[in-house]
Design a binder for this molecule. Structure first.
Ligand code: SF4
Length: 210
């Protein structure tokens, strides 16, 4: 058996039992233990994901998976089978006063980051796809405009593993960046880079539609 599988299964058991953040709203949400060298990192589940029991299960997910299907010929079911989906935080943070979802705070990010570090150590990803500003900041340390980071491939060390990184914008309905310019063009560039990356090619071999 691949040694990564029991490691990921233990991390998932530990995640399921975690109640470390008083302000977070359960249940804990995570995907299956996919043995992939491609790791996608979102921000945190929204209010619906807990009832579905999987990340990106609602409107943001529809947009995200549509990007991969239309640009790279990989549908949602295949993506979920071939790519490991993680997040900066695994519980719903609740709503912000502004109306959108609250961003996890520094302590929550640190606590949940311990799980992410274990996943990275187990998976040894060759390609990380951080989705949205918070995940991009964690992986690349980039806090500026999305235009400075989307559409390019970078090399980074994340939790001790050196890997390629291709950042993507957040697909939530709150964000309009990816619907106008230069967001549309930069998103298309980022997806083209993903499609050409050897780890993506290996992960999706036999699954891509013409
Ligand atoms: S956000 Fe992460 S660390 Fe906090 S309670 Fe949920 S699983 Fe635990």
């Amino acid at each position: 058996m691949d040694r990564r599988l029991p490691l990921l299964q233990q991390i998932h058991r530990d995640l399921d039992a975690c109640r470390a953040c008083p302000a977070m709203i359960g249940p804990v949400v995570h995907g299956p233990p996919v043995l992939s060298r491609v790791l996608l990192i979102g921000q945190a589940p929204g209010p619906r994901e807990g009832s579905f029991g999987r990340p990106f299960a609602w409107t943001a997910g529809k947009t995200l998976f549509q990007w991969f299907e239309s640009a790279l010929g990989v549908d949602e079911a295949t993506f979920r089978e071939r790519v490991y989906i993680a997040a900066v935080a695994r519980c719903f943070p609740g709503k912000a006063a502004s109306g959108g979802d609250r961003k996890p705070d520094r302590d929550e990010i640190a606590r949940c980051g311990a799980f992410l570090a274990r996943e990275v150590d187990a998976l040894r990803p060759e390609l990380i796809l951080p989705v949205g500003g918070l995940a991009i900041e964690q992986v690349l340390g980039h806090r500026g405009l999305l235009t400075g980071v989307i559409g390019a491939q970078r090399r980074a060390v994340f939790h001790g593993v050196e890997t390629d990184v291709i950042a993507l914008p957040h697909p939530s309905g709150v964000s309009t960046w990816h619907r106008g310019e230069p967001g549309k063009t930069l998103l298309a560039q980022a997806l083209a880079l993903v499609g050409a990356h050897p780890a993506w090619v290996a992960a999706t071999r036999g699954a891509r539609q013409a």
